[in-house]
Design a protein around this ligand. Structure first.
Ligand SMILES: Nc1ncnc2c1ncn2[C@@H]1O[C@H](COP(=O)(O)OP(=O)(O)O)[C@@H](O)[C@H]1O
Ligand SMILES: Cc1ncsc1CCOP(=O)(O)O
Ligand SMILES: [Mg+2]
Length: 267
């Protein structure tokens, strides 16, 4: 196992600045539960979201986008078709794309099979919770629908194995996030368990990753920067008024995160 390196705030600030300079257009094919929240998270960080899903136009739209998010949360036969067309186009045009394998498990062979097909089109990053990453690496897991029941520590070997097998970057998230390209590992601690009590935290994090990996050479560090932003924003968000307010406050804190990270660095 390589040395696990805590990812630094100063490096996250650099990638955040790159993102905000370029204002990337992020093409999202995501699940029905989190469309609006995901679009708002992307706007809050300084990216431009576009939820374009029709099979007739996904290939064209990938070509004008800076990156693509594929999230299989509420997959159906028509959306699976759109996803496969979009990732084919992304691979051909070398557009970075992020896979969020929501709820892959032995109990859901349809989405697991589609995910295996998607993986052949070379995702730039796979972002999932520990149970999802264990399943993709053919290891035992304990998921509960879209939620993980496994620790990220227990999925780190699986994450590295996947990164090597698909020559990609894997972000396995939970109490501690790990980001790996198979050889190196970054860790990010902190965040807040409240992130597991609102829907769409993981899905919108995958969208953030898609925004961060555009226009950069080092997608490994850019992925870690996205993960750090979500954890720090959750720490700063208001948890005292319940989970509805937390979700709104999380958006507020994402929109203000550059200032907060810079303040933390100069303190
Ligand atoms: N117990 C926890 N403590 C702190 N942060 C957490 C915890 N569990 C998940 N997170 C954070 O929640 C976000 C979503 O991750 P995760 O829950 O793994 O995704 P998903 O919603 O896809 O299951 C990430 O930013 C992750 O770091
Ligand atoms: C509840 C639910 N059901 C299908 S997709 C989805 C959203 C999952 O969101 P997240 O993985 O971010 O918790
Ligand atoms: Mg998820």
């Amino acid at each position: 196992m390589p040395t696990i390196i805590p990812f630094k705030t100063i490096d996250a600030i650099y990638y955040l600045q790159q993102l905000q300079n370029h204002k990337p257009l992020v093409h999202c094919i995501t699940n029905d539960v989190v469309q609006n929240f995901t679009a708002n998270v992307l706007l809050a960080i300084g990216a431009v979201p576009a939820m374009v899903v029709a099979k007739e136009e996904v290939s064209d739209f990938v070509e004008v986008s800076d990156s693509l998010l594929i999230n299989i949360g509420t997959i159906t036969a028509p959306s699976a078709k759109s996803m496969l067309l979009a990732v084919r186009s992304a691979m051909q045009s070398q557009t970075p794309w992020v896979l969020d394998p929501v709820a892959v498990s032995s109990a859901l062979p349809y989405r697991t099979d589609i995910t295996q097909q998607l993986l052949t089109f070379k995702p730039s990053v796979i972002r999932g919770n520990a149970s999802e990453i264990l399943v993709l690496a053919n290891q035992k897991s304990l998921s509960k629908g879209p939620d993980s029941q496994d620790s990220t520590q227990s999925a780190l070997c699986a994450a590295r194995q996947l990164a090597i097998e698909y020559q990609t970057i894997v972000a396995v998230t939970g109490q501690i996030d790990y980001i790996t390209d198979g050889k190196r590992v970054y860790s990010i601690s902190g965040g807040d368990v409240a992130l597991t009590r609102v829907t769409g935290a993981g899905c919108s994090l995958s969208a953030l990753v898609a925004a961060f990996v555009t226009n950069v050479n080092d997608k490994f560090s850019a992925t870690a920067a996205a993960c750090l932003v979500m954890k720090r924003a959750a720490e700063l968000a208001n948890k005292s008024q319940g989970m509805g307010s937390f979700a709104v406050s999380l958006l507020d804190q994402i929109s203000l995160i550059k200032l907060a990270l810079a303040r933390g660095e100069s303190a």
